[in-house]
Design a protein around this ligand. Structure first.
Ligand code: SIN
Ligand code: FE
Length: 291
């Protein structure tokens, strides 16, 4: 479930054999775990270790490195805005370097997604069931269809009080899909074009996105499944980093405060074993093209 690496620097170079093994593990649904890879904050960034700077309507602070845009914030002076933005930019660049050094063959295909800062205690967050990440799920975003691309995420626990970030990891993607996909109806004619026309979705919601989103909702809605699915608790200590494809790995975030996260998108064609992609699994199961 976890593949552990002793690196303690974001610029650490990994030999080809380690990289090959890491890519296989990741594509099979394992988590690459770096217990010693700490993201340290600068003195002036320590002030942001508080949930007060997150807009109450947002789950966390978000940042788009390519656009230099920060949102989901409140109560920040102009100077603090610049400082927080630069902290997220530094994490975005560190994560990119880690992927570049560890998963070099992916680099040419990698698309940079959002960076997030998560200073709100996970266990205390009140949300609708669909937004409730304490329920097991695979990631699928309602307004941002990824059209089959892989979701690759780097997380770092930066809790200053030494508190773990506690996840549950569920069963394999194939097992999840076997249980939920047969119960999901095909989309109604015209709905996805309308969503795009109204700009509710940022790009066209493909058939793949439809099935992934419905599966995400169905998993979270099923209380019995949440309790009875085979699962394991995993604790990520403060000062550790982990890399995971959250479209493939069933996960739930149970407890923890103060994490940084970087999302990347990876086209399926960049994978060593394309047949392991959720897109390929669902196409085999439904016997049709979904992209
Ligand atoms: C999630 O992707 O479900 C949330 C992960 C986390 O914030 O620990
Ligand atoms: Fe998630």
């Amino acid at each position: 479930m976890l593949q552990t690496y002793e690196a303690n620097e974001w610029d650490n170079h990994f030999p080809d054999s380690t990289q090959k093994q890491a890519i296989s593990a990741l594509e099979e649904g394992q988590i690459l775990y770096f217990p010693q890879l700490d993201f340290s904050l600068l003195a002036e960034e320590q002030q942001f270790l508080s949930p007060d700077y997150v807009d109450t309507k947002a789950k966390h602070v978000s940042y788009l490195s390519n656009h230099g845009k920060l949102w989901g914030v409140r109560h920040l002076t102009d100077q603090q805005h610049i400082q927080l933005q630069s902290m997220l930019e530094r994490f975005a660049r560190s994560s990119y370097r880690l992927i570049q050094n560890m998963l070099t063959p992916y680099t040419a295909h990698l698309i940079m997604g959002r960076t997030s800062f998560r200073p709100v205690e996970v266990a205390h967050r009140k949300t609708s069931y669909r937004k409730d990440d304490t329920r097991l799920h695979v990631d699928a975003f309602p307004s941002a269809p990824n059209q089959g691309m892989r979701i690759l995420r780097v997380f770092s626990n930066i809790n200053p009080h030494g508190k773990d970030r506690i996840w549950r990891i569920g069963e394999s993607f194939e097992k999840v899909a076997e249980q939920f996909i047969p119960k999901i109806n095909a989309p109604k004619l015209g709905t996805r074009a309308l969503l795009r026309f109204l700009r509710i979705t940022k790009s066209y919601r493909t058939l793949y996105d439809h099935y992934m989103l419905r599966m995400h909702h169905a998993m979270k809605a099923d209380n019995r499944y949440q309790q009875q699915a085979s699962q394991r608790e995993v604790r990520f200590p403060s000062g550790s980093t982990w890399v995971v494809q959250t479209d493939h790995v069933s996960h739930a975030s149970m407890q923890g405060q103060y994490a940084l996260e970087q999302t990347f998108y990876l086209p399926v064609k960049a994978m060593f074993r394309e047949e392991l992609a959720p897109l390929s699994v669902l196409e085999r199961m439904l016997q049709m093209k979904l992209s």
